[in-house]
Design a protein. Structure first.
Length: 335
């Protein structure tokens, strides 16, 4: 499916539900406690430990929603909660440089990390965004056609880091600013809605190890020199009636004619069942990366300090399984 396909998916208000004002205030007060004290480095083990403990003190409706989603992510594989604090009055200009990340504790970074700890454990990849746990998703001048978080052209459907032996189980985004024109949309498509649209032949091919997925452009040109998993693998795996996905339209290559046809069929099924979420400040999006692909519509940045700004973190439900990739038992996958 061409990446320039017009956005014809159902557009919807993003939030599944809004956090009550009193609960949002409680979240902000708790987040601010993580922005004080001796340990304010987001990537430090001490700060993550504080965020893990703080998760238990978040309002019950938020914790309950995240726990239920963790057990089963539903037909869309996404959870969107509105009304979270992002400290808008204190936000600096939207970053406009490559590799922008959040190293020091802020209210948005604290919210992201607390929710990540409720889902599992935060995770990062050294080759992407210098291994930062909280990453900025912002348009960068000169990168308009870049197929990644720095671009502003349409971003095709993908699961995050499907090439890696240990892809994240969840991807969590928090919207700090919307784009000027309210045009940018996060597009999501879940396998639970797309699967019934696949033919028997297409399903069989997608379950066969006839595809290679390479590192995305955000990992840089030298990523293949590390230790990516370049063995052929299936796009779908696990239970036939509720499979997992590993696929990125930009970097997944089918190796056989039937794989080529099946990948195109899968793309059409995703397109037919996709939703477009128009995010506003305070919208938190949790994507089950095992069963849902996501992408983005095009938008027009102005590079005036008030462009679209999301922050992102990855989550694993089982940190132990990647121990051989994480020096000193930290949260960063070094290879």
């Amino acid at each position: 499916m061409p990446e320039t396909t017009p956005d014809t998916t159902q557009s919807t208000a993003a939030a599944d539900w809004e956090l009550a004002p009193a609960d949002a205030g409680a979240c902000e007060r708790l987040a601010r406690t993580l922005c004080t004290g001796a340990h304010q480095q987001v990537d430090s083990a001490e700060w993550v430990a504080r965020a893990r403990d703080a998760w238990e003190e978040l309002p019950l409706p938020l914790r309950r929603a995240v726990r239920r989603f963790r057990r089963h992510s539903g037909p869309h594989g996404t959870l969107v909660i509105g009304g979270l604090p992002v400290d808008q009055a204190a936000l600096p200009a939207t970053p406009a440089v490559l590799g922008s990340v959040q190293r020091r504790a802020t209210v948005p970074a604290a919210m992201l990390t607390m929710v990540a700890c409720g889902l599992g454990e935060p995770l990062a990849y050294l080759a992407e965004k210098s291994g930062a746990l909280v990453q900025d998703v912002v348009p960068v001048p000169g990168q308009e056609t870049f197929h990644g978080n720095a671009g502003s052209v349409p971003l095709s459907f993908h699961t995050e880091n499907g090439f890696h032996p240990h892809p994240p189980d969840y991807v969590v985004f928090l919207c700090l600013r919307a784009d000027h024109d309210q045009a940018a949309g996060m597009r999501t498509a879940g396998i639970r809605r797309a699967l019934p649209l696949l033919t028997t032949v297409g399903r069989q091919a997608l379950f066969a190890p006839e595809f290679i997925t390479t590192p995305p452009p955000s990992f840089g040109a030298d990523a293949a020199a590390g230790e990516p998993d370049v063995e052929p693998r299936p796009v779908l795996s696990g239970a036939a009636e509720d499979p997992d996905i590993r696929m990125a339209q930009l970097v997944t290559t089918p190796l056989t004619p039937r794989a080529t046809a099946a990948l195109a069929e899968f793309g059409r099924a995703c397109e037919a069942t996709a939703r477009t979420l128009r995010l506003t400040p305070g919208d938190l999006v949790v994507i089950d990366n095992r069963v849902t692909v996501h992408g983005r519509t095009a938008f027009h940045p102005r590079y005036d300090g008030a462009d679209r700004w999301l922050q992102r973190t990855y989550v694993t439900t089982d940190l132990r399984r990647s121990r051989d990739h994480r020096p000193h038992d930290g949260h960063i996958l070094a290879r």
